[in-house]
Design a protein around this ligand. Structure first.
Ligand code: UDP
Length: 461
């Protein structure tokens, strides 16, 4: 295969960052068959997405491993792993870029990277090629970082109780409170590596040729318009899971349901006798709920006896009440990992208890499943929860400490009560907007075409 263009793609290998970026690259590869996409990511993260059974379905995507910075036998926590990886960057990426250029016989003409990896801006500048930044999350979470300076200034001068202070002066964020913001917004108080990374990103993003988001314009037109004024191109191209190409590579196998249902979640849902009668619970890929949260949820489920499917890591099971698994076996199922997209899309699911990671929220919207938000003090989870509850009104939150009675109240509200009807209707309307965005003449499709145009005729904007 002879290629005309060569584009480098740099992934951030932690959390769920790399998956949506790969989905985007797959779509671009299908649309632009004479461009080679070199996908650079760590061995472990690549290994979690590809294996002997699942390979890249496009000839023009070549997957490369970059060094993760970890010494042999490293056994540390998530944050230490991120620190090591970032200290090894960008040298680790540069080495592999050179190798990819040598193997392809083509110099890179554009760099696409996870927005966190803003050193890609310098690598692109050095090569005289444009940089496209991918923010795999929502527009509101980008906005709070872009507006950090204004927020800090306002907070410094306000007399109001700080945590209750709302961001009424930031377009589209009038419902957001100071206490909802990610810790990374406060570099002074929290000089973490992640905070520094995001701060660097904010400085560099205006230099990118385009900022691409896994979001859709109509979810927050005011924020979209505000952000459009900050960047050369702001391109919402999501929800990526609703697009032309499968989100998970595994879906490209001949019988995806059988492969995805190794744990029997979908057949368990088939056996529920009423539509919208079961709850799905998940805290995403790396968050661990506290013992109190697990206990409160478990006690609520036992009291209500609502069928539940709970994606729970094995080490969390020790937080469950004694004998819970046996007592709930007739109406509950716990698995270490669920095929979440298909689970949420199943007609038996009536509510989603979620930690409010952005992918989970998008998947919930696309499946029309109202949410009960149990966010952790991490990343954008609390901020996302605020938007779900107060801006889009497609779920409920639980104020303060999670208890059994608050959980029961929330479940009744979103699943059964008359008072919860507007929530169920709102999520239906938002899903329609998401679907419209990815139609042939929809905003996300138009933005995607613009992106394709930019990367197909790359010039520094
Ligand atoms: N997920 C899944 N099965 C599970 C738990 C999570 O497939 O049992 C997927 C889920 O569909 C979503 C991702 O993992 O795409 C979690 O991403 P999110 O942004 O919600 O949370 P994070 O893991 O980044 O905190």
């Amino acid at each position: 295969m002879v290629f005309d263009l060569h584009i480098g793609v740099l992934a951030f290998p932690f959390g769920t960052h790399a998956g949506p970026l790969l989905t985007l690259v797959q779509r671009l590869a299908a649309s632009s068959p004479r461009t080679q996409f070199s996908f650079l990511n760590t061995r472990v993260s690549n290994g979690s997405m590809f294996n002997a059974r699942v390979s890249v379905p496009y000839e023009n995507i070549k997957v490369y491993d970059v060094w993760d910075g970890m010494p042999q036998g490293f056994w540390g926590n998530h944050f230490e792993a991120i620190r090591l990886f970032l200290s090894a960057s960008p040298d680790n990426f540069e080495k592999v870029i050179e190798k990819a250029e040598e193997e392809t016989g083509l110099k890179l003409c554009c760099l696409i990277s996870d927005a966190f990896l803003s050193f890609a801006c310098d690598l692109a500048e050095k090569r005289g090629v444009p940089w496209v930044a991918f923010w795999g999350s929502a527009s509101h979470s980008l906005s709070v970082h872009v507006h950090t300076e204004e927020i800090l200034k306002a907070v410094g001068s306000t007399e109001v109780t700080k945590q209750e202070h709302t961001l009424s002066y930031i377009p589209g964020l009038t419902k957001v409170r100071l206490s909802d913001l990610p810790p990374e917004n406060f570099l002074d108080k929290n000089p973490s590596l992640l905070a520094l990374t995001i701060n660097n990103m904010v400085q560099k993003l205006p230099k990118s040729i385009a900022v691409v988001l896994n979001c859709f314009e109509e979810i927050d037109p005011v924020i979209t318009n505000d952000l459009k004024s900050k960047f050369k191109h702001l391109l919402n191209i999501g929800p990526l899971m609703l697009g032309l190409q499968p989100q998970h590579l595994i879906l490209s196998s001949p019988n995806p349901r059988a492969l995805d249902d190794k744990t029997g979640c979908l057949s368990w849902l088939d056996n529920q006798n009423k539509p919208r009668s079961a709850i799905y619970i998940s805290f995403g890929s790396f968050v661990t709920p506290s013992k109190n949260e697990v206990m409160s949820l478990a006690e609520a489920l036992e009291t209500c006896q609502i069928p539940f499917l709970w994606s729970m890591k094995d080490h969390v099971k020790k937080s469950l009440p004694e004998g819970f698994l046996n007592r709930t076996i007739a109406y509950g199922k716990i698995v270490a990992w669920a095929p979440q997209l298909q689970v949420l899309g199943h007609s038996s699911i009536g509510a989603f208890i979620s930690h409010c990671g952005w992918n989970s929220i998008l998947e919930s919207i696309c499946s029309c499943v109202p949410m009960i938000c149990v966010p952790m003090t991490m990343a954008d989870h609390k901020l996302n929860a605020r938007m779900v509850v107060d801006s889009w009104k497609i779920g409920v939150g639980v104020e303060g400490v999670l208890t059994k009675s608050k959980t029961i109240e929330a479940l009744n509200h979103v699943m059964f009560s008359e008072a919860g009807k507007p929530i169920r209707e709102n999520i239906y309307r938002l899903k329609e907007k998401a679907l419209d965005a990815v139609k042939l003449d929809g905003s996300s499709t138009k933005n995607y075409k613009k992106l394709l145009e930019i990367i197909s005729a790359p010039k520094l904007g």
